[in-house]
Design a protein around this ligand. Sequence first.
Ligand SMILES: [Zn+2]
Length: 112
Amino acid sequence: MTSSPDLAARRAVAQREIERHADRPLPGTWRLVRLDDLPAIAPTCDQDHRGRAPIHPGVDGLYDCCPQPWIRVGILTVADLLLALLNHPFAVPDPAPGAPEAVSDDPTGAWN
Ligand SMILES: [Zn+2]
C-alpha cells in the first residue's frame, strides 16, 4: 500500500474484480440506480428501458436485461463518489507548469 494511491490503477483493478464476480466483461461505465429503496450502482445497460415496469417495488432503473453486479451503497453521496471514481479515468498529470526550461536568459551570453 502506497501513501500516494494510483487511482487509475486501482480503478482498473476494481473493474477487473467486479468482472470476475460477474463472470463476464462489463461495459466499464456505471450508473446510479435504486435497490431495496437505497442508492445503488450498476453497470451501464445498453437496452432501452423506456416504458418498462419496475421489476420489483423499491427497485428503480434495473431490469432483467441489466448486467450485474448491482451494488447497494446506501448513501447517495458515497454512490456519487463511487460513480465518479469508476466512470472517469484519471488523466496522467502533466509535468509541473513553470518548470525551468533548458534555455539561458543570461543577457551576457556567458552561459550560452
Ligand atoms: Zn437493462
